[in-house]
Design a binder for this molecule. Structure first.
Ligand SMILES: [Mn+2]
Length: 406
């Protein structure tokens, strides 16, 4: 039997104590974790799935699924968009469980032995980095909208295994849990349950609105997203105390998201950052930024200072290919820039190969008379306008990864 239902806030606080107890007693633990860019989609999908698997599953077991945000606690401050989203669910950033709640890396294998853990991935389907190295074989399910990486077992038994295109991973989570969620709502139709449903629905809805630009981005929206929005809005409307307007909520959250003027350049670069290891130990890092290249250069002071900051950023992470993808609006038109810096022999080779194979597909065009470009022996740098704006990091990263594999 699933555990008796509580509010989202009580759920997160039980999850925190459950995690502390399992570390103390090395008892079994089940995590739901988003990807390491830890964007709104990843964070909300993990909480919503963990909550519904805990309280609405048809399983005979009473497992508490622990939602883990894939970032250190301090980095929550880099996500101003969390504030309006969490507050609608009566949560604050400090309620979330993060990597800082895990034992330190040097002790993690003994305090949280792999064989005692189960991992369900949302918004990615291959556990990356150190966690992947230690716990990669303990992944027992996933719900994701990225390319299939073939890492999660085909048969996940009772746990979900969904990898399918959609604007937001949260839409897939909602679709998967819908029946169980309805059954849970039916069990008790008192005021409390209605308001808990509305909190949960608002949490699930925010990433769908953000990732599909309020369902207007035709390159991203799928029927699953549209159905999820309808379904979630009906759950929110059922709570008379809430005045909710999706359009207005979308505006508030996206304004908070692009308000990065107060962050330092390194913070902006790591805010929405993903890294991959290819062909042995060639590291690729891609930062997504919601302002244009000129904003980043101005933030640093000038081009030279910008490159110095970027070089430090790459060195700290031992990158062979360092890339930035920007999004911005000019005269009401959505635009993208793409910057790639190959460092060292393998990095240069991969970056050049990427340009040759993707120039046409991505509609790459020289940026500002090649102001940022460089052809050195062990360095190669390019900045382009990316005219095929429908390609986000989700499409561009696999192209770069392929270019690295020789
Ligand atoms: Mn996503």
């Amino acid at each position: 039997m699933p555990l008796p239902r509580v509010s989202l806030q009580s759920f997160l606080s039980s999850a925190k104590s459950a995690l502390a107890t399992s570390v103390q007693q090395t008892s079994p633990v089940t995590f739901v974790i988003g990807n390491e860019s830890a964007d709104l989609d990843s964070l909300c999908s993990a909480i919503v799935l963990a909550y519904l698997r805990t309280y609405a599953s048809s399983s005979k077991h009473n497992t508490l699924y622990i939602p883990l945000s894939n970032l250190p606690h301090a980095d929550l401050a880099l996500r101003p968009e969390l504030i309006p989203v969490l507050s609608r669910a009566n949560l604050k950033p400090s309620d979330l469980l993060t990597l800082s709640d895990l034992p330190r890396l040097s002790q993690i294998s003994s305090k949280l032995p792999a064989e005692k853990t189960r991992w369900i991935l949302v918004d990615h389907n291959a556990l990356q980095g150190e966690l992947g190295r230690i716990y990669g074989t303990r992944v027992v399910g996933c719900i994701d909208h990225h390319d299939e990486e073939g890492k999660v077992p085909r048969d996940c038994g009772e746990e979900p295994r969904v990898v399918r295109k959609s604007g937001s991973c949260s839409s897939l989570v909602v679709e998967h849990c819908r029946e169980a969620w309805d059954a849970l709502s039916k069990k008790s139709e008192d005021k409390e349950s209605v308001s808990w449903d509305a909190e949960l629905a608002q949490l699930a809805l925010a990433p769908v609105l953000i990732d599909t630009t309020n369902l207007t981005d035709k390159n991203k929206v799928t029927p699953t997203d549209i159905e999820a929005v309808e379904y979630l809005e009906s759950k929110i409307r059922a709570e008379p105390a809430i005045k909710f307007n999706s359009e207005e909520h979308f505006k508030v959250v996206s304004a908070a998201k692009s308000d990065i003027g107060g962050l330092s350049l390194p913070d902006i670069l790591r805010k929405d950052y993903k890294q991959w290891n290819e062909a042995g130990d060639v590291k690729l890092g891609i930062s997504s930024v919601v302002k244009d290249m000129q904003f980043l250069i101005d933030k640093a002071g000038n081009e030279e200072k910008f490159f110095t900051a970027l070089e430090d950023f790459s060195r700290e992470r031992d990158l062979s290919v360092c890339s930035i993808m920007t999004t911005s609006q000019k005269d009401g038109k959505f635009q993208r820039e793409l910057f790639v810096w190959g460092l060292g022999e393998r990095g240069v080779e991969a970056a050049k190969k990427f340009e040759a194979s993707s120039r046409e597909e991505l509609g790459l065009q020289q940026w500002s008379d090649g102001l940022l470009d460089l052809d050195g022996g062990k360095q190669w740098r390019r900045c382009w306008w990316q005219h095929r704006v429908e390609n986000s990091r989700k499409q561009v990263a696999p192209m770069m990864r392929t270019a690295i594999q020789r």
